[in-house]
Design a protein around this ligand. Structure first.
Ligand SMILES: CC(C)(COP(=O)(O)OP(=O)(O)OC[C@H]1O[C@@H](n2cnc3c(N)ncnc32)[C@H](O)[C@@H]1OP(=O)(O)O)[C@@H](O)C(=O)NCCC(=O)NCCS
Length: 171
């Protein structure tokens, strides 16, 4: 079994990132606000741009050997009244690589980075109510639910509520 390694993805990883992102949108439609239909036609530069590190945002990739098997993103912004919080987005591990610790290692790296940015106080995320693997991962890392957004997503005519979770980076 190959070792898990995690690193920030950068623009040259654009083609790899595009491939896993489109796979994720097909595999787990209720885990993403975006859809495969929306993103598949976008040009390669669009995916590379997401990896450019704008405003200290990052996307990490989890690798088993040379293969990109997972990803997680942190979105932050410099606006004065909002710069204390960041949002986790685009969390996915390929089905065949689940249960091996990739999700946990991705989050450990993401949280370590978030803590290194002194301006950040809270990490936010949303997870579909009933998504037990993701919810358990987040709770085990210290995220707590502070609310539920009713009908956060409608996927193929089915309503999904989303639990809103926050991690206090200074506790
Ligand atoms: C959620 C997800 C990223 C977890 O990735 P993973 O690499 O399988 O997770 P790990 O192996 O690192 O497991 C970490 C923790 O997650 C939880 N977990 C993982 N799989 C689980 C399962 N099938 N049932 C319950 N809890 C589970 C456990 O708490 C686990 O910790 P433990 O091994 O110490 O018990 C993965 O299941 C996934 O990609 N799911 C589809 C997309 C998705 O739901 N994304 C999140 C959207 S908010």
């Amino acid at each position: 079994m190959s070792e898990i390694s995690v690193r920030p993805l950068t623009p040259p990883d654009g083609p790899l990132y595009r491939e896993i992102r489109l796979s994720a949108l097909l595999d787990s439609p209720t885990a993403f606000a975006s859809s495969h239909e929306e993103e598949a036609p976008r040009p390669p530069e669009h995916f590379a741009e997401r990896l450019a590190g704008k405003d200290q945002s990052r996307v990490w990739g989890a690798f088993l050997g040379q293969e990109l098997v997972g990803m997680a993103g942190l979105h932050s912004q410099p606006r004065p009244k909002l710069k204390h919080k960041a949002f986790v987005w685009g969390v996915f591990v390929r089905p065949e690589a689940r249960g091996l610790g990739c999700g946990r290692v991705l989050f450990e790296e993401l949280i370590r980075y978030a803590r290194s940015l002194e301006r950040l106080r809270h990490l936010h995320l949303g997870v579909a109510v009933g998504n037990a693997p993701a919810t358990r991962l987040y709770e085990s890392l210290g995220f707590r639910t502070y609310g539920v957004e009713p009908v956060a997503l409608v996927v193929d005519g089915v309503d999904f509520d989303e639990a809103l979770m926050v991690l206090d980076l200074r506790s």
